[in-house]
Design a protein around this ligand. Structure first.
Ligand code: KIV
Length: 296
């Protein structure tokens, strides 16, 4: 904890309209989105003055140990959104609707979306483009703003045959532009574009009036997002091409925990300074004398 109020304390709340209006082509600065899944991560993201905190279903992989995001439930999302929202960030909190939470019926979609908003999400992210517009529209009609996620959609892991870069062929690139235009027309306030060649990132960004937020979509998107664990280097198993690790958290934490283990085993932890040393009256009353209890 620092004694000084953080610069983040004086900044304005980031809102859906302020994000919707943000385009590089207007001269706006790039939007910054980062994932976070618990209160300490949210506090750090907030102090770093990010614009948006995405409670992503990537938590299934980086926190819960699953192979992909398909195991993540609405209960999981609600639990983690609550932890992030309790920190009351000024950043916009985006809740990621997990697989099968917006596929079955309009009623189920609305109930799931509302649970996530009641947990503290300011808006929702829904994977998919044109074919998800009916459910996106239902959510938006109920006053819950939506970011559409197109391109490489991790919830399509099985259908895509893995995490595969999208839009590599001209027809597929044009189709992605069309997806983006249609989700914009449906009322989505931003498009998250994942895993596409840089030119596709540029084409989509130029084609829509709402901001694009890219992850592996090149430098021309209106914003960028990365997974928290990738940024800090806590996820050290697989590094997709688009990830830049800005820290060495895995190594740092391994060093700390290993040192703790060594010092417990060598009996150098805890030291006297880290011990509630009993007063003489207590040791006497307990009938404990001797070198093992008299050092204080
Ligand atoms: O779930 C998530 O974290 C995401 C990002 C990879 C954009 O969807």
């Amino acid at each position: 904890m620092t004694d000084n109020p953080s610069p983040a304390a004086s900044r304005r709340n980031v809102t859906v309209p302020s994000v919707r209006a943000s385009k590089l082509s207007n001269g706006d600065r790039p939007l910054v989105m980062v994932t976070a899944y618990d209160a300490p991560m949210a506090r750090i993201a907030e102090e770093a003055e990010v614009d948006m905190i995405l409670v992503g279903d990537s938590l299934g992989m980086v926190v819960l140990g699953h192979e992909n995001t398909l195991e993540v439930t609405v209960d999981d999302m609600v639990h983690h959104i609550k932890a992030v929202a309790r920190t009351r960030p000024r950043a916009l909190v985006v809740g990621d609707m997990p697989w099968m939470s917006f596929h079955v019926s309009r009623e189920q979609t609305l109930n799931n979306a509302a649970r996530m908003v009641r947990a503290g999400a300011n808006c929702l992210k829904i994977e998919g483009g044109i074919k998800r517009i009916p459910m996106m529209s239902a959510v938006m009609e109920a006053e819950m703003p939506v970011i559409a996620h197109i391109g490489l959609t991790p919830q399509s892991y099985n259908a895509m045959g893995g995490f595969k870069i999208q839009g590599r062929e001209a027809a597929a690139a044009h189709a992605l532009v069309q997806e983006a235009k249609e989700v914009e027309a449906a009322g989505c306030f931003a498009v998250l574009l994942e895993g596409v060649p840089d030119v596709v990132g540029r084409m989509v960004t130029d084609a829509v009036g709402i901001p694009t937020i890219g992850i592996g979509a090149g430098p021309d998107c209106d914003g960028q997002v990365l997974v928290y664990h990738d940024i800090i280097g806590l996820e050290n198993r697989f590094k997709p091409k688009f990830v830049r690790r800005f820290g060495t958290a895995y190594d740092d934490q391994l060093r700390s925990v290993s040192q703790f283990a060594r010092e417990v085993r060598s009996r150098t932890f805890p030291s006297e300074a880290e011990t509630y040393v009993a007063r003489d009256e207590l040791t006497e009353a307990l009938g404990l004398y001797g070198s093992e209890v008299t050092d204080h």
